[in-house]
Design a binder for this molecule. Structure first.
Ligand code: ZN
Length: 257
């Protein structure tokens, strides 16, 4: 998915992940945008305003149903979804997966549930996109055992009990924002989600990139997280970001036309 905005189109991707785990099954990492943001008849006025400002452009072939179909699976096969945070471009297609377990921070979700809709908006959260039964499906990543992550990244919650898929706190972008480190890959991979929007912003001497800094919930924490991600990369790790406009070897190839 790509979104554009402004008089000079700035096109950022909005990635979500598909991960086949040997014991946990088919896992999604976030869900990306979906029609509930762009065209749902029952959308609140703030969500309509958000969609008209950001103008996300949904690409049919990139929607979860189509991507899963391409991979020989269906939405019903998705056993679990890891939610890195509760922003619209990460939760908008949750309704497609009513049975999936949700790996998320229960304390952050409890705060979302306790706040008014208006107060959630100030945190960039549209609670109307969250399924009503979400709390009963959450696996609280803060209750999981922690394991060391490679390349000096610190430690992370061991999502599936094998020490290979670690949820690493990367505070600053949004409440409870975390990334996912695939520690057992030949080159360890850190999906750093929204810590930055462009990989170039992680280069030595670069201040945090503008889009990322503008929307940060805590700029100082974001800068510290950004330095940790940059150090992980300097030590030989791969970093993937949700919105980086460049193509990545981790992206699914385009469908031939
Ligand atoms: Zn976000």
């Amino acid at each position: 998915m790509v979104r554009s905005g402004g008089r000079h189109p700035l096109r950022f991707k909005v990635r979500y992940g598909v991960h086949q785990h040997p014991t946990a099954g088919l896992v999604l990492i976030d869900t990306g945008y979906g029609p509930r943001v762009t065209e749902g008849a029952g959308r609140s006025l703030p969500l309509r305003i958000y969609a008209s400002l950001l103008r996300p452009r949904l690409i049919e072939e990139h929607q979860p149903t189509r991507v899963l179909d391409r991979l020989g699976a269906s939405t019903a096969d998705v056993a679990a979804i890891v939610l890195t945070h509760f922003h619209a471009d990460h939760v908008a297609a949750l309704h497609l997966f009513p049975k999936a377990r949700i790996y998320a921070k229960a304390a952050v979700h409890a705060r979302v549930e306790a706040r008014s809709r208006f107060s959630n908006l100030r945190h960039g959260v549209f609670d109307e996109l969250l399924p009503q039964d979400l709390s009963s499906r959450i696996v609280d990543i803060d209750q999981l055992s922690v394991k060391p992550a490679p390349n000096g990244l610190g430690e992370g919650a061991d999502l599936f009990g094998d020490g290979e898929t670690l949820a690493v706190n990367l505070p600053g972008h949004a409440e409870g924002h975390f990334g996912i480190c695939f520690a057992a890959q030949p080159v360890p991979l850190l999906y750093a989600v929204d810590t930055q929007w462009c990989t170039a912003a992680l280069d030595p001497g670069k201040a945090p990139g503008l889009p990322a800094a503008l929307v940060a919930s805590d700029r100082r924490a974001l800068a510290a997280s950004s330095r940790r991600v940059a150090a992980f990369r300097e030590q030989g790790g791969d970093v993937l970001l949700c919105h980086d406009p460049s193509d990545s070897p981790y992206d699914l190839p385009e469908v031939p036309q």
